[in-house]
Design a protein around this ligand. Structure first.
Ligand code: GZL
Length: 324
């Protein structure tokens, strides 16, 4: 099994050979390979993993705003409600519809070998979006666009090690086995793992994050800081901490990832202490990649979406101006 993209591989490598193959078949359009003739709308099957968080909602809005009919796309968008079986069904439907390009954000890293091979056998190029895959299929996709999850975890860990070196940390993890969970855990624990007293998953949702933290405060009463893999679970954590009669941001500090408006509002309100951004608004870049892949043009093997970080000096004006 190989994880794609491999965390160490951050080069922008043009997929020359793949482009050469697509170039030959894309010029006049070729039904058998699903490539689009110049001038036709590019048909794109997009399997979105769900609507579990503010981040995902913003990402979906960005994708739909960029892959429009007016911009030359025929977008077939399917929401999987965070169920892998729904994504696999959608991917197979896209094969049956012989779309020009398939794009998807895999809910977890594994379990895609069969359908990725079917897509490859159908000659339909894949653009991997946001999450990563761990598969034995050779060259499973043409290009990937997303954030550096391991760096996000590392940035959060560095803040904790520097600003709360004696904190007892509970790690509130995203969907277990998802690329975001695996790599944020890896990055954080590389720099602050010695401070972690316990871990549990809140599946990237506010409700499950609250439930996980209610249990954690019973199991690990010494907890003084929560590192949450996304803002939504962190907002649930705030509710649990307050229900326990403690003050979030003070008795129990909270370090989060995403940087959606509600997360930055919690920062301004003093209930979050630090937020590492994971920017979901990359629909324009995705649209450009999809057009190039459909036309058989060179594309970078991966595109890393820029992130920044926010501390409690963040102003209300910054929050109000937030695009998502
Ligand atoms: C990160 C994305 C994660 C977000 C969560 O790129 O996959 O999934 O951090 C979302 O909010 O659920």
């Amino acid at each position: 099994m190989s994880t794609f993209p491999s965390p160490s591989r951050r080069s922008f490598v043009a997929a020359g050979l793949a482009a050469a193959v697509w170039g030959l078949s894309a010029c006049g359009g070729d039904e058998s390979t699903g490539t689009a003739a110049a001038g036709d709308a590019v048909s794109v099957g997009f399997s979105q993993l769900g609507a579990e968080s503010g981040w995902r909602t913003a990402n979906t809005e960005s994708v739909k705003a960029s892959l429009t009919t007016a911009k030359g796309f025929d977008l077939k968008f399917v929401d999987a409600q965070q169920k892998q079986e729904n994504q696999i069904k959608a991917l197979r439907d896209f094969i049956a519809q012989d779309v020009d390009v398939i794009a998807f954000s895999p809910v977890i890293e594994t379990g895609w070998d069969e359908v990725l091979q079917e897509i490859k056998d159908a000659g339909i190029p894949v653009v991997l979006v946001d999450r990563t895959v761990d598969t034995s299929v050779e060259d499973p996709y043409t290009t990937w666009i997303g954030a550096d999850f391991e760096q996000e975890g590392k940035t959060a860990g560095e803040w904790v090690a520097k600003n709360a070196p004696d904190a007892k940390v509970f790690e509130l993890q995203g969907t277990l086995g998802s690329g975001a969970q695996v790599d944020r855990e890896k990055g954080f624990n590389a720099v602050a793992g010695n401070q972690v007293v316990g871990k549990a998953s809140g599946n990237f949702t506010r409700a499950e994050g609250k439930t996980a933290v209610e249990a954690a405060l019973q199991t690990y009463p010494e907890t003084t800081l929560i590192f949450t893999h996304n803002d939504d679970m962190g907002l649930g954590a705030i509710e649990a901490v307050e229900a326990a009669g403690k003050t979030p941001g003070k008795d129990v500090q909270i370090v989060s990832v995403d940087g959606v408006r509600d997360g930055l509002q919690a920062l301004v309100d003093g209930k979050f202490n630090y937020v590492v951004e994971c920017n979901p608004v990359f629909g324009t870049q995705l649209a450009e990649l999809v057009k190039k892949v459909a036309a058989g043009e060179d594309v970078p093997e991966e595109t890393i979406v820029k992130d920044e970080a926010f501390d409690q000096t963040t102003t209300q004006a910054t929050v109000d101006a937030r695009a998502y």
